[in-house]
Structures are given as structure tokens and as C-alpha cells.
Design a protein around this ligand. Structure first.
Ligand code: LLP
Length: 424
């Protein structure tokens, strides 16, 4: 996806759609997350065109960016949702989602979360262990309902991505060993409170090749054949999320590059009736957002040059956690500053608090920078570490902008905390 389309430079100033980012920083302060509605729509459109005329459902992976305005936009566009907690279920329902389009993933579903999802009437639980299946069956029985289930199987394929975001290897905590799946399916089939819906896998994130998906699909198709021999038929096949985006120079596949061979394989297997589910997160939102931050100080030391900015690892933790690369673009470059190689760092008391390293930039104090590709796993992973209020979020549509989450106040930081009485 071309980010310049939704974050264009006009008259030397970086914009979000038709609004200069400098205006938004002026109005709302920094650090500030700015999202483009057109970019969300364009990313959605890529999936929509890839599934046109097919029996398929795209369930947005909520954890990537769970702001209600973003969820509502995808709901409006026709998305389902992939959730991993009771909190995410509450969010998507508040955004107007239909429960019948929600799938619930995650290795640690608690009893209250299972009850909440059964009460809502979600489409499917992606069950990740034998223990979870037992708990789910017991709760459904006690509630007098049938729980719709898929097993999330671990196909043991290498997604060829960062080890922290690879989930389909047998060393990972995710999913059920595919060799044990048939026995668990038989168990599920016999339980009156469970209704088998499908099979699920999710092999990792920021995947830039389609071969790992096709390897996983092969293994799922073999499993489906085994199940069929046992008289177990499925209604859907969920391939998870994981398609990557361009942060630097990656060339991730278009959703159609992935889906065309998938649909062909299903057809070849006589499985055209199976609904295909996908759970993309990053590829729907990653390049639809930037993080705006202002240069507080420039510090030139013997070893390195630092640009100390007002955003930090609490706002965007991907560089600290994964050494992730995010492009850094001055909002309004100026000719009078000299160019240096800078580390862009935040004010937090940790050496790991950096947003970018070794970037050649001409900077002056007070400059505004846009940290690119900050729509996914950015605000949603933010914290208040060092008692820093979480940033505000703005959604832009053409020449209009909405504050979709105000900046937290200093009061918000400790409003829920209590001082206990002294011992005397
Ligand atoms: N479905 C399941 C079961 C998942 O665990 C995930 C992401 C997704 C879907 C969405 O995957 P996506 O399409 O966004 O790759 N914080 C990391 C990424 C962690 C991904 C966790 N699971 C990062 O910032 O790179």
C-alpha cells in the first residue's frame, strides 16, 4: 500500500489526507496518533476485492488497533472481528459489531470471558488446548447452550518472521499439536454442549511470503480428510492473520496473492462449501497511522547524536521490544539545520527507550516528526510507564478530523489508586 497517498506532502508539509499534520499537532498537542480513514478503507478494499464472490469472512484482528472509531469503521465496511479477551469483546460490541461475526482466539480464556462470549452468541471459539475444551464444554452445559468450536491447530510451520511474533512452530505456546487434533475433535463431537464449526490456525505476524500459509493449508487439508473419515464435517477454515506491511522495503503479498491459491486448493479438494475466515490485523491498519512527536532537545555527544522527542517506548514499544524499524519523516523539513545521524529517543529512564536509530536527519529543537507505520500494535500496546499519560488519537477523513480518544490527563494516572491508613 502506498502511504504517500494518504499521508501526502503538500507545499513541503506532511499531511494526513487533506490536513497538515502541523495543524493537528497544534490543535491536540504531541505525542499524537493520527489515522487516515481513507487508508483504512483502502486496506479493507484489498481484502474485499480478494474475497469478492467467495464464501469468506474477514475478521479484523482487534489487538492491532482497538480504538472504537477504527472498530466502528470496519464494522461499517462489513468486517467480522477476531478477539482475544473479554475486554476486546466489550469493545467490538460497543462499536456495533454483530456477535455472529466474532471469533474468539487466545490460549488463556478465563471462565468469565467464556460466559460473556456464550451470552453474546459469538460465531466461534478457537480452542487452544484440551483443558480449554473441557472448560468450555462444562460452562456451556451449565448455561444450557451449545458452544461453537474450532480447534486452533499448530501446524509446525516456520512463518519466517521475528521469533517474538512467530506462532505456528511446535515450540510456541499456541494451538494444539496437529497430530493430537483428531482425538480432540472426536471428544468434542461426542459432547452434547459443543458444536464443531471448523478448524483454525494462525502461524505468525508480519509474514511477507505466501509459502508458509500454503504449507499450513496443506496440513489442515490432510487433517480435514482425516476428520471426514471419522464422520466429522466442518463449516469453516480459519487461516488466521499475519500478512505483513511495508515498514522499510518489504514487498508483502496482496491478499489476493494469498487467497487465489487458497481458494484453488479448496476447490481442488472438493471443499468449495467451506467458509474461509481470515484474521488480519496489521495489514488493515498498520500503514493507516502515524505517531506525531516533537523534538524537545538535540544532544550531540562524542559517541552519538540524540534527538530527544516527547514520544517514548510507552507510546510505541515495537522498537524496544522487537528492534522494529519505523520510518521517521520530518513534518516540515527545513534547509537551515545541518544533517546529522540521530538516534530518536524518548524521555523514559531506560536505554531501551528509542524509537529509531542511526537516521540521517536535519533537525532543530521544536521540529515535528512523523513516526510512520504506527497504525498497528502501537497505541494498543502503549502504557503509562514513567507516569506518562497515554497519547491522544485523531481520525482524519478528507479535510475533517475527529478526536477519537483524548489525551489522558495527569489525574487519570492515579485517579483509581488509594492511599492506605498508617499503622498507628
Ligand atoms: N489472529 C491471531 C490469533 C493472532 O494472534 C494475531 C496476532 C492476529 C490474528 C493478527 O495478526 P496480524 O494480521 O496483525 O499479523 N505486537 C506484534 C504483533 C503480535 C501479533 C499477535 N497476534 C508487533 O508489533 O509486531
Amino acid at each position: 500500500m502506498n502511504t504517500a497517498l494518504h499521508f501526502p506532502t503538500r507545499h513541503g508539509v506532511l499531511h494526513a489526507e487533506d490536513i497538515p499534520l502541523s495543524d493537528l499537532a497544534q490543535q491536540h498537542g504531541t505525542p499524537l496518533y493520527v489515522y487516515s480513514r481513507a487508508a483504512l478503507q483502502a486496506a479493507w478494499q484489498r481484502y474485499e476485492s480478494a474475497i469478492a464472490g467467495r464464501n469468506a469472512l474477514v475478521c479484523y484482528g482487534v489487538k492491532a488497533n482497538s480504538n472504537l472509531a477504527v472498530l466502528h469503521e470496519f464494522q461499517r465496511l462489513g468486517a467480522g472481528f477476531d478477539i482475544v479477551s473479554g475486554g476486546e469483546l466489550a469493545r467490538v460490541m460497543a462499536a456495533g459489531a454483530s456477535a455472529s461475526r466474532i471469533v474468539f482466539s487466545g490460549v488463556g480464556k478465563q471462565a468469565w470471558e467464556i460466559r460473556q462470549a456464550l451470552t453474546a452468541g459469538i460465531k466461534c471459539f478457537n480452542v487452544e488446548s484440551a483443558d480449554e475444551l473441557t472448560r468450555l464444554a462444562a460452562i456451556a452445559q451449565e448455561m444450557g447452550v451449545r458452544a461453537p468450536v474450532s480447534l486452533r491447530v499448530n501446524p509446525d510451520v516456520d512463518a519466517k518472521t521475528h521469533p517474538y511474533i512467530s506462532t505456528g512452530l511446535k515450540d510456541n505456546k499456541f494451538g494444539i499439536d496437529i497430530r493430537q487434533a483428531p482425538a480432540l475433535y472426536r471428544q468434542a463431537q461426542q459432547h452434547p454442549s459443543l458444536e464443531i464449526m471448523g478448524v483454525d490456525c494462525h502461524i505468525g505476524s508480519q509474514i511477507t511470503e505466501i509459502s508458509p500459509y500454503l504449507d499450513a493449508l496443506d496440513k489442515l487439508l490432510t487433517l480435514i480428510d482425516l476428520l471426514k473419515a471419522d464422520g466429522i464435517t466442518l463449516r469453516h477454515l480459519d487461516l488466521g492473520g499475519g500478512l505483513g506491511i511495508r515498514y522499510i522495503d518489504e514487498n508483502p503479498p496482496h491478499p489476493a496473492d494469498l487467497l487465489n491459491p487458497v481458494f484453488a486448493a479448496l476447490q481442488q479438494h472438493g471443499l468449495d462449501n467451506l467458509q474461509l475466515i481470515l484474521e488480519p490485523g496489521r495489514s488493515l491498519v498498520g500503514n493507516a497511522g502515524v505517531l506525531l512527536t516533537r523534538v524537545e532537545y538535540l544532544k550531540h555527544t562524542e559517541a552519538r547524536n540524540f534527538a530527544i522527542v516527547d514520544a517514548a517506548m510507552n507510546d510505541l514499544m515495537r522498537p524496544a521490544l522487537y528492534e522494529a524499524w519505523h520510518d521517521v519523516t520530518p513534518v516540515q523539513p527545513h534547509a537551515d539545520a545541518s544533517t546529522h545521524t540521530y538516534d530518536i529517543v524518548g524521555p523514559i529512564c531506560e536505554s531501551g527507550d528509542w524509537l529509531a536509530r542511526g537516521r540521517s536527519l536535519a533537525l532543530a529543537q521544536g521540529d515535528l516528526l512523523a513516526i510512520q507505520s504506527a497504525g498497528a500494535y502501537a497505541f494498543s500496546m502503549s502504557s503509562q510507564y514513567n507516569s506518562r499519560p497515554r497519547a491522544a488519537e485523531v481520525l482524519v477523513d478528507g479535510s475533517q478530523s475527529w478526536l477519537v480518544r483524548p489525551r489522558e490527563t495527569i489525574q487519570d494516572l492515579y485517579a483509581q489508586e488509594r492511599i492506605i491508613p498508617g499503622p498507628d
